[in-house]
Ligand binder design. Structure first.
Ligand SMILES: Cc1cc2nc3c(=O)[nH]c(=O)nc-3n(C[C@H](O)[C@H](O)[C@H](O)COP(=O)(O)O)c2cc1C
Ligand SMILES: [Fe+2]
Ligand SMILES: [Fe+2]
Length: 385
């Protein structure tokens, strides 16, 4: 797939994998993007996941025929991009691996490759003959060895996972009418929230480092090639990594017998009637990454959990833990839930929220046994938001 005379897309779409990292659902698939930069020498930027070896190597041959890959640039060692390094070396035995010092032992550890590796440092360049690559370290976005590659003549940033998105790419991988930023925004936010979310500060550092570049094209490792929406994509990452949000509610709950669920629905209705944006998530039906996405969209988190073995209902506890693990900053918080003989869930959720630095909007509402409007005053709770 031609991006320009000198840059080609050789990535693959994955519609087979149900869970990315055996954890995150992929309702629209995912792509593992890889690129060729073609000068007098040919550089391949990153590879793909293990099960796509034949398709990936064929994509390369479709673009360059019998020419050789002279360099394999390794931006990031997570196996969704690095699994085919040894396969590339087997196909092109003289290919030099180009990476930074932190990735070198990982390349040995994962792929058993130790020979013919060129180590680059911050800001160093590689002349491909007519076209130049430059390397910038972006540690912890989201592994320690991560770097990005800048192509000077094409104003193109090969950004690794940064600016990546779930959702496979269209035939035309460039963001266009068939694959706009708006179409990808939700899955990009869910990707960020799930995978990169903990690393807000390193992402901010990376954005500052790249500020001076006049970026015309972003070639990430997942999702579209951004040409028409560069500023929106950078803006979204900036907002997400600053944990900036708009006013609204991520309202998530788990419920065994429907009582906490009825309370959640009543609260959603009360918020709606006040014109407060609210997205309702049932954590027992839906993977928590969808709710996590909305924790990165809205300033208020409201969680419903029945008391369970003197604790929080496990799906809700797992979600709350995921929020805390990502060190999400500055959210407003409320909890509610049903119990039968001794309430515990709301208190425990409140203390997790306080430990995470959230502002409690109130002590929450815990109600005994069956739901009723008398026991659970949704209007009063909504008024706190
Ligand atoms: C396995 C299990 C453990 C429970 N543990 C407690 C508990 O420790 N304290 C309590 O008050 N209620 C406990 N309950 C009762 C639930 O909190 C109660 O049924 C509640 O109404 C369920 O809310 P839901 O309809 O939203 O699922 C437990 C229920 C189950 C099934
Ligand atoms: Fe990664
Ligand atoms: Fe990745």
């Amino acid at each position: 797939m031609i991006l320009s005379d000198r840059i080609r897309f050789v990535g693959v779409n994955d519609f087979r994998t149900r869970l990315f990292e055996h954890q995150w659902p992929l309702p629209f698939g995912v792509s593992y993007n890889s690129y060729l930069v073609i000068g007098e020498k040919v550089a391949l930027i990153d590879t793909a996941a293990a099960s796509f070896k034949d398709e990936f190597l064929n994509n390369i041959k479709d673009e360059i025929g019998d020419r050789k890959v002279d360099y394999l640039v390794v931006n990031h060692m997570e196996p969704d991009h690095s699994a085919l390094q040894a396969a590339v070396r087997a196909e092109y035995p003289e290919c030099t691996i180009v990476t930074n010092a932190k990735a070198v032992p990982m390349i040995e550890g994962y792929q058993g490759l130790t020979e013919n590796i060129l180590t680059v440092k911050e800001g160093e360049t590689l002349d491909l003959g007519g076209i130049t690559l430059q390397f910038f370290m972006v540690p912890m976005v989201h592994w320690p060895e991560t770097m990005v590659t800048w192509c000077l003549e094409e104003n193109t940033l090969f950004s690794g996972d940064a600016f990546g998105s779930f959702r496979a790419v269209k035939d035309c991988v460039i963001d266009s009418e068939s694959g706009t930023f708006e179409e990808y925004k939700d899955e990009m936010t869910r990707y960020y929230a799930s995978i990169v979310g903990k690393y807000g500060t390193p992402v901010q550092n990376a954005l500052k480092k790249l500020e001076g570049l006049e970026i015309k094209r972003i070639c990430s490792t997942h999702g579209p090639v951004w040409e028409n929406s560069v500023s929106q994509v950078v803006g979204l990452y900036d907002r997400l990594s600053k944990y900036e949000v708009s006013h609204g509610v991520c309202l998530a709950y788990g419920s065994m017998y429907g009582n906490t669920e009825k309370a959640a629905q009543a609260l959603a209705k009360a918020l709606e009637s006040r014109g407060i944006p609210c997205v309702l998530h049932n954590l027992t039906e839906e993977d928590y990454s969808f709710a996590l996405r909305d924790v990165f969209n809205y300033d208020t988190v409201i969680l419903g959990s029945p008391t369970y073995n003197n604790g929080i209902f496990p799906p809700v506890r797992q979600f709350m833990q995921a929020i805390c693990d990502r060190q999400v900053k500055g959210r407003r918080f409320l909890a509610f839930g049903s119990f039968t003989w001794a309430a515990a869930s709301v208190k425990l959720l409140n203390s997790m929220a306080e430990e995470g630095g959230f502002v409690l909007l109130g002590e929450g509402v815990t109600f005994k046994q069956g739901f009723s409007a008398e026991k659970f005053d949704a209007e009063a709770l909504a008024a706190l938001v």
